[in-house]
Design a binder for this molecule. Sequence first.
Ligand SMILES: O=C(O)CCC(=O)C(=O)O
Length: 310
Amino acid sequence: MSNFPENFKQSLEVNGYCLFKNVISDRTVDLARAAYQRMLCKIEAGGYPFFRIYDNYWLLNIAGIEHIFHPDIFEPDLFAAVVESGLLPKAMGLLGTTTPVMLLNRIHCTTHYSHTGIWHRDADACTEPHLQMALFLFDEDRFFVVPGSHQRELSTEENHLLSVSRMACLPNQMTIGGQAGDLMFFKSSILHRGSCIQQRAHVHFRIGKGDPQIPFQSECREEFGRREVLDLCDEHWEKMFTCNMYDSQDSRKSVCGSSSNSSRGILKRLMATFLHHFLFLLPESSPLFSRLQWVAPNLRLQKVFGLGRK
Ligand SMILES: O=C(O)CCC(=O)C(=O)O
């Protein structure tokens, strides 16, 4: 931790994000992608319930795979990639802690449809309860941020624009991201939104500073301590899983994806899919999408017709 590169810390402090290039080998990327595909297939076949859907379209629109350490979905090649990336020791260096805790683990993915997320923060402005990170398995360049926004409240102009649309174009917004095999860190308090045109998958973590005063409790937590997991751990992961995890700090039962098959549910999905394609001419920032909430424009069609940003 002592010789942690200062330029990464500085970029994180000033801009709210930083990027480590090529933290895993091409071979590791390939293995992790194959592992991710197996996870996706399992969910699509109904074999794992912890996933999230944001926009519910005709085909199962999986946006996130939760709890990657769960025994029913755990893939050693995926976790091996995370360990090889040095994600945890880097997070410890950036947070300045020797007792990290994992507060969230997930894969954000985009499959059958483009994805349009809303602006938000995952922590209050000017606070740093935790850091977030994304290990990219595919190239990605549409993660929107407002650099420096972690250090301040919303401006009057931002407040106004966001009241019109949660996908508004904000002053000074920019897109960041990385190539397959890169690792991005960002402040939880930065104003950000995810967006993606083509296929993507990144392994997402939220890691915070543990409190060594809080006694370690092992009941009810995710099965981090299984041999299958511990065998792949380096010293940092092993220490975190065996010493620092507290019961309340995993979100195991947070989300169960579902795609209703009632006639009303089917009708709504059909309509959402139709509008997703039909309204592609409207920009993401159109107030209509903020008002509807259950539909976003087809960014793939926008790209084909040379519309939209990037
Ligand atoms: O990329 C995404 O889909 C969501 C990312 C995000 O908002 C987050 O990590 O908090």
